[in-house]
Design a binder for this molecule. Structure first.
Ligand code: AMP
Length: 385
């Protein structure tokens, strides 16, 4: 357990990465009187648009990273694929929270799964795959269907191939370009859920309860809270999540994604050492959002209460919605319990997360129906100029 001098309002905070997670973090930080600096290779970014300072340099430019860290009192990240050397360069000039070690473990599927299983956490059965022979042996051990995932740089279902029969092994191996990979047994789960939690410097732990997630094509489509799981499953999710944050000594926010098995047991799918897409609904529905909690944790402030004020649901807005024109915002916002979040991205590519909607209602099913109805109302209209 580490105690440290708190970073108080008025101070500057550095964010490695510049996407929507950094943007929502910056909004929470600015609301509490902090200044925000962001670092990434891009400009006019979702985070940069609301930050005080936007630095556009490559993550490999370690001198620039150290200079960026020297200008702030604490550094956090919104994107875990920042190279480990970047986190180390920042650590030379300011504390990085969560630590570079947490980043190192969680940015690589194989390291993460090896770490989790080595610490006794329940994970999807897996094998390391570094050659076609290892893939064939893995398929013989785990059975088919199975999923072959790149060990590094995978997110939102990217870098994954489903292997239906042992005869597909060579094609799957070629499809991933022969890079180091993880073979996972295909899990016939009943539901997918996640738990976002925060851990402070003093070891204080707070979580946001179980959130239920629905994916389409490997990308989160919508989430709702509270999740439809039994109290026993909720308890198990809480115990596992808290134990993961403690084992990794996280100072900050971490999300654990789970598969709920028939019968209620849980397997960890993956970890994200930062606020998570499934926790976006906390912005509108909880007393303290996941972004404010990240801020409080990395600044050494007491963590806030996470009470879900009302049941909620969140639906992602992918670039596909723009395919035939500007979405009909007015139609969606005519539902008065809908909140619109847009990330300031001007190029709406298919599959790109452009924003989300949140609905608040008397129960989670109703909130889900409302948020999906609002998204349908966005329609696909030809833009009128
Ligand atoms: P990931 O990027 O690894 O979280 O995968 C994206 C989504 O693909 C997950 O949220 C699941 O819906 C699905 N998926 C990933 N791994 C498995 C698995 N081992 N078994 C079944 N479905 C999976």
């Amino acid at each position: 357990m580490t105690r440290c001098k708190p970073v108080l309002p008025g101070a500057s905070i550095g964010v490695l990465g510049s996407g929507q997670l950094g943007r929502m973090f910056a909004i929470a930080a600015r609301r509490m009187g902090y200044r925000v600096h962001t670092f990434s290779p891009a400009e006019d970014t979702p985070t940069g648009q609301v930050a005080d300072v936007e630095i556009r340099r490559d993550y490999e430019d370690l001198d620039a990273v150290t200079a960026f860290a020297a200008a702030v009192e604490v550094v956090t990240f919104e994107f875990e694929n920042v190279p480990a050397a970047t986190a180390q360069a920042a650590e030379r000039a300011a504390p990085v929270r969560p630590s570079g070690e947490v980043l190192h473990v969680t940015q690589h599927r194989l390291r993460e799964k090896t770490y989790l299983s080595g610490h006794g956490f329940p994970v999807t059965p897996f094998r390391a795959v570094r050659s076609l022979a290892e893939l064939e042996a893995g398929l013989a051990a785990l059975g088919c269907p199975a999923l072959l995932k790149t060990a590094g740089w995978g997110y939102d279902g990217k870098g994954q191939v489903r292997v239906y029969t042992p005869g597909d092994a060579a094609a799957a191996w070629a499809q991933l370009g022969g890079q180091e990979a993880v073979l996972e047994a295909f899990v016939a789960f009943e539901r997918e859920v996640s738990m976002v939690a925060a851990r402070g410097h003093d070891g204080q732990l707070v979580d946001f309860g179980v959130i239920e997630n629905h994916h389409v094509g490997g990308i989160l489509d919508y989430s709702l809270a509270p999740a439809r799981v039994s109290p026993a499953t909720e308890r198990q999710a809480r115990e596992i999540t808290r134990a993961v944050l403690e084992a990794l000594e996280v100072v900050g926010v971490l999300c654990v994604e789970f598969f709920v098995l028939p019968g209620g047991g849980l397997l960890i799918n993956e970890l994200a050492p930062r606020p998570h897409n499934s926790g976006h609904l906390t912005f509108d529905a909880c007393l303290t959002s996941q972004f404010e909690q990240q801020l409080r944790a990395v600044c050494g402030l007491p963590l806030g209460a996470t009470d879900l004020l009302r049941p909620a649901a969140m639906a992602n807005l992918l670039g596909d919605i723009w395919s035939t024109g500007t979405p009909d915002w007015q139609q969606a916002l005519a539902l008065p319990n809908i909140k619109l979040h847009l990330y300031g991205k001007d190029e709406a590519r298919p599959g790109r997360k452009m924003g989300h909607l949140t609905a608040i209602a008397g129960d989670a099913e109703h909130a889900t129906a409302q948020v999906l109805a609002a998204r349908t109302r966005l329609g696909a209209r030809t833009s009128i100029t």
